[in-house]
Design a protein around this ligand. Structure first.
Ligand code: F6P
Length: 341
């Protein structure tokens, strides 16, 4: 038996932990051969892969990024590419393919499954917006990083009596903003799920400054004002049709400064949230996902994705996972808002 693994889409802490777990489980328990495709679907398209052995995954558990590389290549865009992917998998002798990715990578996996390729999905994204799993690995690390940054912004903001705005990732869902905002005691959290009222935000901040002289505002990159649009860095779209978001932090920082007259500063965390070492939680979750995905292949559960549900790893249909983005739970947001300005 020869299995392949690829990591696609934006990287996230814990990918190497998955690669290690898959490789060791497949080789040491089942005696299979494992190969890793380079740079996501690009590697399958180009037939670019490396053998993965117990030796080649030594020392990678704690490392950020992915030793296989990643890309946003979408082989379903062009019918010839999809044919080439299937031909290459056959030529290389892949009996089953493990795809580690977010909804884009998983949607390609589903297409291949429908065409008869044996695939199993593993969910990954710092955004935690994949349906059908309670958490994706990478999210816990991103929240820890953002919380640490909010703590730092708090001390400098407090010293200067400023409003500190922090822009975090979260294209369609504000999970990072809400979790880190609760942990870092944010006075306002703006998320894509709830268009915000600029006037109300500024009034609340102004009022708070009559007693506190410092505020922390966390804004997810996909947040938008009532009646407004998401702010884009560029209109160009990637192979999956996504625009690049960014700039909402700049916009609200300027508005807050103008409307409240209070000194306001912006920090955009960007890819710092995705880089570096995974937390212990993410290493453990990624390892559990990796082992369970190999088990799923062994059990012939193709077209499935491993998922975390109430602390247990289960398998669900990939289709269920990509049907819609998982939005922030409004009960959680309500808890966060109890502590707002
Ligand atoms: O992985 C998802 C994500 O982190 C989004 O929150 C963000 O919009 C996007 O990746 C940015 O990705 P990149 O700049 O690497 O294309």
């Amino acid at each position: 038996m020869r299995i392949g693994i690829l990591t696609g889409g934006g990287d996230c802490p814990g990918l190497n932990a998955v690669i290690r777990a898959v490789t060791r489980r497949a080789i040491e328990t089942f005696g299979w051969e494992v190969i890793g495709f380079k740079d996501g679907w690009k590697g399958v398209l180009e037939g670019n892969y490396i053998p993965l052995t117990a030796q080649s995954v030594v020392g990678i558990l704690h490392k950020g990024g992915t030793i296989l590389g990643t890309s946003r290549t979408n082989p379903t865009k062009n019918p010839e590419d999809l044919i080439r992917v299937k031909e290459n998998l056959k030529k290389i002798g892949i009996d089953a393919l493990l795809t580690v990715g977010g909804d884009d990578t998983l949607s390609v996996a589903l297409k291949l499954h429908q065409d008869g390729v044996k695939v199993v999905g593993i969910p990954k994204t710092i955004d935690n917006d994949i349906s059908a799993t309670d958490f994706t690995f990478g999210f816990n690390t991103a929240v820890s990083i953002v919380t640490d940054c909010l703590d730092r912004l708090q001390t400098t903001g407090e010293s200067h009596h400023r409003i500190m705005v922090c822009e975090v990732m979260g294209r369609h869902a504000g999970w990072i903003a809400v979790h880190a905002g609760i942990a870092g005691s944010a006075d306002a959290i703006l998320i894509p799920e709830i268009p915000f009222d600029m006037e109300d935000l500024c009034l609340r901040l102004k009022k708070r400054h009559e007693r506190k002289h410092f505020s922390l505002v966390v804004v997810a990159e996909g947040a938008k004002p009532i009646g407004g649009m998401e702010v884009l860095i560029t209109r160009e779209v990637d192979a999956f049709g996504h625009v690049r978001l960014g700039g909402i932090g700049q916009l609200i920082t300027q508005e807050i400064k103008n409307r409240t007259g209070i000194e306001t500063r912006l920090t955009v965390l960007g890819h710092i949230q995705r880089g570096g070492s995974p937390t212990a939680y993410d290493r453990a979750l990624a390892t559990r996902f990796g082992v369970s995905a190999v088990n799923a292949i062994h059990n012939g559960e193709f077209g499935k994705m491993v998922a975390l549900r109430m602390e247990k790893i289960i398998t669900i249909e990939i289709e269920e996972a990509i049907l819609k983005n998982k939005k922030v739970d409004m009960e959680l947001y309500e808890i966060a808002s109890l502590f707002f300005a």
